[in-house]
Design a protein around this ligand. Structure first.
Ligand SMILES: NC(=O)C1=CN([C@@H]2O[C@H](COP(=O)(O)OP(=O)(O)OC[C@H]3O[C@@H](n4cnc5c(N)ncnc54)[C@H](O)[C@@H]3O)[C@@H](O)[C@H]2O)[C@@H](O)CC1
Ligand SMILES: Nc1ncnc2c1ncn2[C@@H]1O[C@H](COP(=O)(O)OP(=O)(O)O)[C@@H](O)[C@H]1O
Ligand SMILES: [K+]
Length: 510
């Protein structure tokens, strides 16, 4: 059940989508039928979203995306719209299903050069979809730029032309659509920026591609939805004790920088850790004490004091980094926590502390993961792109890697779950599983919001949720908390929205 629901959230590579098509066609559904259904889905979206759009332009490229445009044009013509089709290559040069779709279209068709966006109420972009193989240039690139400059709304078929389905990258230039209709399942490029912003509202149409094909294909990348992790999520049990819900620890920075750790600690408590303790340097104990209530406080001045605290094995999840200060202490603490069998969320300064010797961190994570005996990553890294660059400079600067590729490579190398943050946060595990997040609002780009996220991750780790699911759930909830609050959000507002997020999770399905 959980497996099937997760498969609804699968994001397919070009090869996986091709395989799903192949298996469907082999099982008896001809390609032209799939194209016909794709065209119906496009026409439905157009008629529903733009009921007043009379003058419709359909732009048709050289492949099956163009075939979809011809087939959609035919349907819209029958629906009484004033349709004109503009082609990049003459219809007689099309092949296969696209050639058949072009032959079946008997409306007006002209070369692309005759297209002027200003003369239409709506444009359907069927230039390139999954088959985009190189950057747009020349006549097409100029046309796309003119189209984007015009006010005419665009509905894209499968993907806005110029957007890579694999990475969300703009190849040359790309259409800015108001809506995109894709087929069977989304692709990473619908969620990864800048692709996501170019897509507008994405509709996914089940065109009869066999969903059972996904069992054979076994995709490893998903949209971050509850179906991915709700079955692993820890929830307080009726007879539960607070210690059943774990004991999270957040390391505080020095007296002048304690706020970030308190944000993480409050979030950890709200997100369900049974107990949360702040470990504070001696000089910051008073300022922390003045601010904390349900969060407990312990002095932790140096590695010796830490070692004695770590003797208490009930302390099971740690956050190190927010406001902590980068340097030797952070490195020593992180290594000590991992060596003691703790699960560690390393954020902010904690990450930056290892910039000169990332391998030391990765070795500690590998050893901790091996010592657990269940190959569960003990380390969760939560970098934004700047922090990511410090730990993985070669991966960050390599040409042609998507954010998804980067997070996956980093997770494998670091033996950690990597949460590569941003509007399109990617969560990746060392075994190749990945999730791309779509919850949240731009108001999350505010001081301290990352600190709150690290606390939510720790709350799930403390309760025994596996690291990948813990991180993915936390990122989703963090985004939902921001959505629930709305405009004017500051980091302090996020923990208080978590009860609403939990209520929503209980009330809804995947
Ligand atoms: N069974 C299927 O596979 C289905 C596919 N469908 C449609 O088929 C599309 C994929 O079709 P194709 O694989 O033919 O790919 P496309 O239609 O996206 O384009 C491929 C063609 O464009 C050329 N090309 C690529 N990049 C170019 C560039 N920058 N400049 C100029 N030419 C370029 C290629 O040489 C090739 O001729 C999907 O996006 C979807 O719209 C739908 O009909 C539904 C069913
Ligand atoms: N434009 C945006 N839309 C949605 N989420 C965002 C956006 N910008 C940032 N975020 C999220 O906000 C958080 C910011 O974290 P971080 O950069 O560590 O900030 P800080 O260090 O101030 O806590 C991350 O979870 C990130 O994914
Ligand atoms: K397209």
């Amino acid at each position: 059940m959980a497996q099937n629901q997760a498969m609804d959230a699968a994001l397919l590579t070009l090869a996986e989508m091709g395989e799903a098509d192949r298996l469907t066609i082999a099982a008896g559904t001809p390609g032209i039928v799939l194209m016909e259904r794709a065209a119906e889905a496009i026409a439905e979206t157009v008629l529903a979203r733009y009921p007043g759009a009379e003058r419709v332009a359909c732009l048709a490229g050289p492949g099956n995306n163009g075939g979809d445009a011809y087939a959609a044009a035919a349907i819209l013509l029958r629906a009484g719209r004033e349709v004109r089709l503009f082609h990049l290559v003459p219809p007689e040069k099309l092949q296969g299903d696209a050639a058949n779709a072009a032959a079946a279209y008997d409306g007006p068709a002209e070369p692309l050069a005759a297209f002027d966006a200003q003369s239409f109420d709506l444009v359907i972009d069927g230039l390139f979809g999954a088959g985009l193989a190189r950057p747009l240039e020349g006549e097409v690139a100029e046309l796309v730029e003119r189209l984007n400059a015009a006010a005419t709304p665009v509905v894209a078929i499968d993907l806005p032309s110029g957007i890579s389905g694999a990475s969300g990258a703009v190849l040359g230039t790309a259409v800015e659509a108001e809506a995109t209709v894709t087929f069977f399942r989304r692709k990473p490029g619908h969620l990864l920026e800048p692709g996501r912003s170019h897509c507008g509202a994405v509709a996914v149409s089940d065109i009869g591609v066999l969903s059972t094909a996904l069992e054979t294909i076994a995709p490893k990348c998903f949209e971050n939805r509850p179906a991915l992790w709700r079955h692993r999520l820890a929830v307080p049990s009726d007879a539960g004790h607070k210690y059943d819900r774990g004991h999270a620890v957040v390391f505080s920075g020095p007296a002048s920088r304690t706020g970030a750790a308190r944000l993480a600690a409050t979030a950890a408590l709200r997100a369900g850790a049974g107990l949360v303790t702040m470990f504070s340097p001696a000089g910051a104990v008073l300022v922390n004490a003045a601010h904390l209530t349900a969060v407990m406080l312990k002095r932790c001045e140096d590695t010796d004091e830490l070692a004695s605290h770590l003797g208490d094995t009930r302390l099971n999840a740690f956050v190190l980094g927010p406001g902590f200060g980068a340097g030797e202490t952070a490195r020593a603490y992180a290594e000590a926590v991992l060596a003691a069998g703790g699960r560690l969320v390393l954020d902010a300064d904690g990450i930056s502390s290892f910039k000169d010797d990332p391998e030391a961190l990765f070795a500690a994570a590998r050893a901790a993961s091996e010592a657990r005996g269940d190959s569960e990553p003990a380390l969760v890294l939560t970098p934004h792109s700047g922090e990511f660059k410090r730990l993985f400079p070669d991966i960050a600067s390599a040409e042609g890697l998507s954010k998804l590729d980067q997070a996956r490579l980093a997770a494998e190398r670091a033996c950690a779950v990597v949460v590569l943050k941003g509007r399109d946060t990617v969560i990746a595990a060392p075994d190749g599983r990945a999730a791309i997040n779509a919850t949240g609002t731009p108001w999350l780009a505010t001081a301290g919001s990352g600190d709150v996220l690290s606390g939510i991750v720790a709350a799930q780790l403390a309760q025994g949720t596996p690291s990948f699911e813990a991180a993915a759930a936390a990122v989703w909830m963090h985004g939902k908390a921001a959505e629930a609050f709305g405009a004017g959000l500051i980091a302090e507002d996020l923990p208080g929205m978590l009860p609403k997020v939990f209520a929503g999770l209980e009330a809804t399905g995947p």
